[in-house]
Design a protein around this ligand. Structure first.
Ligand code: ZN
Length: 264
């Protein structure tokens, strides 16, 4: 469901992750697979977003968040079965139906403050109201670009090609109110790799206009007609710091929140 942007900073270890849904046991649970050493993966082990994979995992020793697991890289077997966005995302919604009314951002924060290691750290949340979307060039990216720093090469989370890892090109933030009636708003950064990959591809020389316009269309305007949800996750060392790992945006009307079920 989510592949996050790899960063080269001191937070490197915190931010690279793949998060999804564990479906080998009922009820389904969210799972964080980490670290995914994509540069060591054979081509046939590289998987797509929304693809069902088989993988051997073990509980992480140094990360007690309930959803965090370590991956045995050689055991990753993509099945080729990608859950398609057909029919207004009905299939995708059916996998996630237990999570639509599970929690909200205020509850996640409260729990993370009380129980630093054991609280829920991945969730699907429905913004009640989006207050503000901020899209801007990440000033650190500019600086890094000018200096040409960072020789470390990391395989992108999507393709087989190598990229130098810069700070993410753009900063995209959502300020929103969650379902909690007393919510005083949350401002969270989007760390979805897809957003940054789109920026990379469309950044022409020194001119970021095309990149910003594309993201505005694809990730902001497009969602205005959809039923927009956030797949959020926190930072290992800062449990009360949640970020938007990816977007979930079925067609409006597919999820019926009142009944917490899908329309038949
Ligand atoms: Zn809230």
């Amino acid at each position: 469901m989510a592949k996050t942007y790899p960063t080269h900073s001191r937070e490197y270890n915190e931010l690279v992750c793949t998060a999804g849904l564990r479906i080998d046991k009922i009820p389904y649970t969210f799972i964080r697979l980490y670290p995914i050493p994509f540069r060591q993966l054979e081509r046939e082990s590289q998987y797509s977003k929304w693809e069902i994979i088989n993988v051997r995992i073990r509980k992480r020793d140094n990360d007690h968040r309930p959803e965090s697991y370590e991956v045995e890289p050689r055991s990753i077997h993509p099945t080729g079965n990608i859950i398609r966005p057909n029919d207004g995302w009905r299939d995708r919604c059916s996998y996630l139906k237990d999570f639509f009314a599970q929690t909200d951002s205020c509850t996640l924060l409260r729990n993370a403050k009380v129980n630093k290691t054991g609280a829920q750290s991945l969730a699907l949340v429905k913004p009640r109201k989006i207050e503000k979307v901020t899209l801007e060039i990440n000033p650190d990216y500019r600086k890094a670009h000018e200096k040409g720093v960072d020789e470390e090469e990391v395989l992108t989370l999507f393709g087989p090609e190598f990229h130098r890892v810069y700070p993410s090109p753009v900063s995209l933030k959502y300020k929103y109110y969650c379902q909690d009636a007393n919510c005083r708003s949350h401002t969270q950064s989007v760390i979805d790799w897809e957003v940054q990959a789109a920026a990379y591809k469309r950044w022409v020389g020194e001119d970021p206009r095309e990149a910003l316009e594309f993201i505005q269309d694809r990730f902001i305007e497009h969602f205005k007609d959809r039923d927009l949800w956030f797949f959020v996750g926190n930072v290992h060392k800062r449990p009360a710091d949640f970020m938007i790992l990816s977007f979930f945006y079925p067609k409006r009307g597919v999820i019926n929140l009142e009944q917490s079920t899908l329309f038949a």
